[in-house]
Design a binder for this molecule. Structure first.
Ligand SMILES: NC(=O)C1=CN([C@@H]2O[C@H](COP(=O)(O)OP(=O)(O)OC[C@H]3O[C@@H](n4cnc5c(N)ncnc54)[C@H](O)[C@@H]3O)[C@@H](O)[C@H]2O)C=CC1
Ligand SMILES: N[C@@H](CC=O)C(=O)O
Ligand code: NA
Length: 449
């Protein structure tokens, strides 16, 4: 397939370039995402040229193994990733290698040479956006990363551009496809945790090291990116409270169902105003969600992000958040935008961190809780348990008891309380002679109480 140039007569007069120079693209990495990016670049050459205003020409693809048949001209493949980025005929770099190094130094090398970069690398962005954005700014290049959060779903661009004139108060999302795939399968079919995780790997959803998915690191990186954009404040992974799904049991899912809820791994980014002081809370954990909540119906590898803004109200973004094709769709959207900017001159909006809001410690974060306990079924148990909640100023919403004798199960659902108050309550309950064990504590999100 040959690159096509848009005829001048088909372009608005202001956009006719005197030099119809093609734009050179380097793709770094040919795994799940890179393979799809290369396919789209090669199969949709004419459409892309028309949308950019100039042909996009693939100059090379960095791989680790030259011998592997990848269905493209082997002359495009190279293991010398640094030399590929440095080529004079490369104007735009797509980084889909993953990991911190060499991705970081390659992106910096590209930006320092004035080349625009599109990356899907949330792990890198959640640590180094500051350094990368500064280099992009200094060298008048674009740094785009729609694919880094919720794959194909447009959420970075809406936060950065569409909502630039509004005030975002809250972002709550399911932003990890692998864990949503696992939790949905465990909930809907009682599927086995380990087998479902392996299937997520086969389908191209899981990270190279799936610990990043199941322990919440991937969602925490995405939460850091979302919070930075939403609150105009630099937030890194270290600022995010993180818990994964590896401790979620079939019993937790059954309890959730008994309360008309399900369990989802949520990323929550909130503006918290207390005594006139504004802070932000950014956290990732598995939580109960009422089945009536729109995020409760998001199943499989799908992602969804709900944004609440002062003037816009509630917005919901939904779609495929993982997999080679959906992620490549977001990469290609960014690539077309970055290429248009290169061709016509100008840049897209860059990082905005002017607000510099402080991060609220997790202990100060208020939410609701389901506290599951094993108790003795004796007179006075309920009042003793209730007294510990009251002592710590944690108000009880409902109590449910199942079973009898020494292995009765008590589930206490609270109203909103601070994490530190709940932790003190749980410690006190565990010391009570009538409480055998506090078997699980799950947060309850998405209710108005
Ligand atoms: N797979 C998905 O659903 C999504 C992935 N992402 C991100 O996209 C990036 C790529 O993800 P995948 O394609 O799934 O990963 P992958 O592991 O399938 O592909 C990465 C490829 O880069 C190659 N590579 C790594 N270092 C290299 C080096 N120094 N030189 C040459 N080749 C090198 C690897 O051999 C591998 O083929 C990651 O940052 C990931 O977090 C983002 C959103 C969704
Ligand atoms: N491993 C990630 C891939 C997309 O970001 C996920 O499962 O969501
Ligand atoms: Na996205």
């Amino acid at each position: 397939m040959t690159a096509q140039t848009v005829p001048d007569e088909d372009r608005p007069a202001a956009f006719v370039s005197p030099v119809d120079k093609p734009l050179g693209v380097a793709v770094l990495g040919m795994g799940n995402v890179g393979t799809e990016v290369v396919r789209i670049l090669q199969e949709h050459t004419a459409d892309l040229a028309a949308r950019v205003g100039a042909p996009l020409v693939l100059r090379g693809v960095a791989v680790r193994d030259l011998a592997k048949d990848r269905g493209i001209d082997p002359g495009l493949l190279t293991t010398d990733v640094h030399a590929l980025v440095a080529r004079d005929d490369v104007d735009l770099v797509v980084e889909v290698l993953g990991g911190i190094e060499p991705a970081r130094e390659l992106i910096l090398a590209a930006l320092n040479a004035g080349k625009s970069v599109v990356t899907a690398n949330k792990a890198l962005l959640a640590e180094y956006t500051g350094e990368l954005a500064e280099s992009a700014e200094r060298h008048r290049a674009d740094l785009y990363f729609e694919a880094a959060v919720a794959g194909a779903i447009p959420v970075v661009r809406p936060l950065m551009q569409s909502l630039a004139g509004d005030r975002v108060d809250r972002v709550i999302g399911i932003v990890n496809g692998t864990t949503n795939f696992i939790l949905s399968a465990m909930d809907e079919t009682g599927a086995d945790y380990a087998e479902t995780l392996a299937e997520a790997g086969r389908l191209g959803y899981a990270e190279a090291d799936p610990t990043a998915d199941v322990e919440g690191y991937d969602a925490a990186a995405k939460a850091a990116i979302l919070a930075s954009l939403a609150f105009h404040t630099r937030v890194t992974s270290a600022d995010v409270h993180r818990e994964g799904i590896s401790s979620i049991t079939a019993e937790d899912l059954a309890t959730a169902r008994a309360f008309d809820c399900t369990v989802k791994l949520l990323a929550l980014c909130e503006r918290v105003v207390e005594d006139g002081t504004e802070r932000i809370s950014v956290r990732v954990y598995p939580a109960l969600l009422p089945l009536s909540h729109p995020l409760a119906r998001v199943s499989g590898a799908f992602n969804a992000v709900v944004v609440e803004a002062e003037a816009a109200g509630q917005l919901m973004f939904y779609g495929q958040g993982a997999g080679g094709g959906p992620t490549a769709s977001a990469v290609m959207g960014d690539l077309v935008m970055a290429a248009r900017n290169k061709f016509f001159g100008g840049r897209g909006p860059g990082e905005s961190t002017y607000a510099k809001l402080p991060i609220a410690p997790m202990g100060d974060t208020p939410t609701r809780y389901h506290v599951n306990m094993q108790v003795a079924d004796r007179t006075g148990v309920l009042s003793a348990v209730a007294a510990e909640f009251a002592k710590n100023d944690v108000s009880i919403s409902t109590v449910r008891q199942e079973g009898a004798s020494d292995c009765a199960r008590l589930v206490v659902v609270t109203h909103r309380a601070k994490e530190s108050a709940l932790a003190a309550t749980v410690a006190a309950l565990s010391d009570l002679e009538i409480v055998g064990a506090v078997t699980s504590v799950l947060r309850l999100e998405g209710t108005s109480e």
